[in-house]
Design a protein around this ligand. Structure first.
Ligand code: AMP
Length: 286
């Protein structure tokens, strides 16, 4: 029988859209009628299992699923025997300490002997141990932000992305405890035939993730600046250079990391570049 990879993804919640979007961008299709929770993909040997994300680390550790997509926060909290094989970059958030807005804050030592509500007691215990703070940790499964207002804790340690939920609950973020993004995790002893499939899947994922953080750039430049421009835009191997129908001018095409683009534009202008076009990429395969 041909091997099939089993991938556990969050059924509903903050990781679902990113997980499904990644599979779609990898060209993997499936139809999920009537809310089915186990689905085979049409064009890749992959079976999807739709689960609560809290259950995914244990399901992967027990090899019920070969792979899973979960937040790094959950991995650190559950410490199940699974390894991250790729940071997927989405669902970026941080686990942060927050206190009531009206509470004065001079530093972590203000929490000495206090009660902190969190759904991540293990991560917080480690953090306090490293910082030499002795505090009482109260585990709350959800709605952590309400704890100070109802008198069950002096502060909270909760997942934050924009910070607006904390603010609307009268809380002020005071310290980052842990940073998280979605991770592709794998069971520790993946059989060889499935490892081959994982390699194929990872090739697609890498191609999609690289394309998300890079842009294709085209520009016209005076030939005399060409060597400086090529140093600035090394591209995947080297930039493509073609001659313009105007003496002394060339067109240069390359790939740049999006985060470096605006800094580069100033430098390109100084070198006489004109007509800079920037295009999105779909996939980048090396
Ligand atoms: P949820 O769908 O609320 O159960 O969240 C699932 C996962 O999404 C969390 O474990 C985090 O890894 C991630 N996440 C990203 N942003 C946030 C956020 N603002 N609050 C909670 N979780 C977040």
């Amino acid at each position: 029988m041909n091997p099939i990879l089993k991938l556990a993804i969050q059924r509903k919640g903050r990781l679902s859209e990113g997980s499904l979007g990644l599979l779609r961008d990898c060209g993997i299709t499936f139809s999920r009628s009537n809310g089915k929770l186990k689905v085979s993909c049409d064009n890749f040997p992959l079976q999807l299992m739709f689960l609560r994300d809290d259950d995914i680390p244990a399901i992967v550790a027990d090899a019920v699923a070969d792979l899973g997509i979960v937040g790094r926060n959950l991995l650190a909290e559950t410490r199940d025997d699974v390894q991250s094989v790729r940071d997927l970059g989405f669902a970026r958030c941080r686990l942060a300490l927050a206190v009531e807005k009206t509470r004065p804050w001079t530093g972590l030592k203000d929490l000495e002997g206090k009660c902190i509500a969190t759904s991540h007691p293990r991560i917080l215990t480690d953090f306090f141990e490293r910082r030499g703070i002795s505090a009482r940790i109260r585990r709350i499964a959800g709605s952590v932000e309400i704890a100070p207002a109802i008198g069950v804790a002096d502060a909270v340690c909760d997942l934050v992305s924009s910070g607006s939920t904390l603010l609307s609950n009268g809380l002020r973020e005071v310290e980052t405890v842990f940073e998280s993004t979605a991770q592709l995790v794998a069971t520790p002893h993946l059989p060889d035939d499935k490892a081959v499939l994982l390699k194929r899947l990872l090739l697609r994922i890498q191609a999609v993730l690289r394309a998300r953080t890079h842009k294709y750039i085209l520009l016209n430049a005076p030939e005399k600046s060409l060597s400086s421009i090529c140093r600035l835009l090394p591209g995947m191997k080297s930039p493509t250079v073609s001659r313009l129908n105007q003496p002394g001018w060339v067109s240069v095409q390359s790939v740049v990391a999006e985060e470096e683009f605006w800094e580069m534009v100033d430098r390109l202008h100084e070198l006489g570049a004109e007509g800079i076009l920037v295009l999105g990429l779909e996939k980048m395969v090396f």
